[in-house]
Design a protein around this ligand. Structure first.
Ligand SMILES: Cc1ncc(COP(=O)(O)O)c(C=O)c1O
Length: 401
């Protein structure tokens, strides 16, 4: 029996509400316009992305090529090759002070993004609130919503250097709160959580029985002698922390798609189920490159960080000389997050103006939550000359102090 024509479903009737209701990314409007301008032949300087401007070191590339040529072109163990999980466990133990069981406490994923997505899908459901410190990376909220949970934005104050305090956290806790997501060094603010801020989060988690999702993606991109402390190493936190990391930023391996999550086996087991039924495994020969990255020479990272440090200073100094802009020196990661509230423009209007008139594409702060309003994020993981030109052009449009 066929369905009468007037009651037939249109393609739009097949959309799942949990995705249909997701807010489209505010960054899309800007990147679409940047692309359109480029297609018209306009010389747009795109500082919207988060991709190191270095090629993956040779020894890592060679390890992957050798693996592929040796026939490593098949499915591998779903949670990751034993060699790569062993290398990750060793790295976590020696660099972070985290004890992760390579057999049961780690899942290797195609990028840290997939690790976060799989973990949230495994552990968040309707009726679960997760606190997200804002400004926050754009994908946390949508991931939580897709899982059916609620992302509760915790607005950090730009006039207090986006500091995390126990009072701010406490005020955001709801009866449904089950977790808190932290990201240090932070994208987009560049803040590195200080010891007292880490303690505030840990105390909150212990007292309210919360799980901490610790995104440590930028742990190696630190300036001015700062060091990274993993949340899982704070007293009592190993059993209630999932540590997320990946090779994209520290090893200039964004296109390889290699990341991982480490934590208590009882949680990892659930994440591994989602992983096995979705991506199966991260790419076999990419994992061979991952082993070379983690176990090989590390000096390359210092060279990249030195280049980014130089650009960080140049961008902060150059932007701060522009009317209405304050650009503090970030503590970590490779983004400038400049404060343009004095221009009187909101971040969408300002990023639009900069794209149209300065031909510089940056990400409006509001894309990272309401707490990012009045700011623009510019990636400085790009060439010195291009950055100098971008700063010059922004100054030409907004005027100088
Ligand atoms: C804060 C943060 N977490 C996670 C990721 C995901 O990185 P990947 O999936 O390349 O490992 C990114 C990438 O931009 C990021 O900025």
């Amino acid at each position: 029996m066929s369905v009468p024509a007037q009651t037939r479903r249109t393609p739009a009737d097949f959309l799942a509400a949990r995705v249909r209701n997701l807010a489209p990314s505010p960054t899309l409007a800007v990147s679409d316009r940047a692309r359109a301008l480029k297609a018209q032949g306009v010389d747009v300087i795109d500082l919207g992305g988060g991709d190191p401007d270095f090629i993956t070191p040779e020894h890592i590339r060679r390890a992957a090529v050798d693996a592929m040529n040796a026939g490593d072109t098949h499915y591998v163990a779903s949670p990751g090759t034993p060699a790569f999980r062993q290398a990750i466990a060793e790295k976590l133990r020696t660099e972070n002070g985290i004890e992760a069981d390579p057999a049961k406490g780690i899942v290797v994923t195609p990028g840290a993004k997939a690790a976060l997505f799989e973990a949230i899908l495994a552990l968040v459901e309707p009726g679960v609130d997760i606190l997200v410190l804002e400004p926050a990376w754009v994908s946390y909220g949508p991931m939580i919503e897709i899982a059916g949970g609620r992302a509760v934005g915790v607005a950090l104050d730009p006039d207090d250097n986006f500091r995390v305090t126990r009072d701010i956290l406490e005020a955001a806790v709801t009866p449904e709160t089950r977790g808190i997501l932290i990201n240090s060094p932070n994208n987009p603010t560049g803040r590195v959580l200080a010891a007292d801020e880490l303690v505030a989060v840990a105390d909150l988690a212990r007292e309210h029985d919360l799980l901490v999702y610790a995104d440590e993606m930028y742990e190696k991109i630190l300036y001015d002698g700062l060091t990274h402390t993993s949340m899982a190493t704070l007293p009592g936190m190993a059993d209630r922390t999932l540590t997320f990391n990946g090779l994209s930023k520290a090893y200039a391996m964004t296109g390889w798609r290699l990341g991982y999550v480490a934590g208590p086996p009882v949680l990892i087991e659930e994440i591994a189920k989602v992983h096995s039924h979705s991506v199966t495994c991260a790419t076999s020969f990419a994992q061979a490159g991952g082993v070379a990255a983690l176990t090989g020479p590390q000096a390359f990272i210092g060279e990249m960080v030195r280049a980014w440090d130089r650009r960080r200073r140049m961008v902060a100094e150059g932007l701060s000389a522009i009317k209405g802009i304050t650009c503090p020196l970030v503590e970590g990661a490779f983004y400038a997050f400049f404060d343009a509230r004095e221009t009187g423009m909101d971040s969408m209007a300002l990023s639009d103006l900069l794209l149209r008139e300065a031909h510089v594409a940056g990400t409006p702060g509001v894309a990272f939550g309401p707490a990012g309003e009045g700011h623009i994020r510019l990636s400085f993981a790009t060439g010195d000359e291009l950055l100098e030109r971008a700063v010059q052009r922004i100054g030409d449009v907004l005027g100088r102090r």
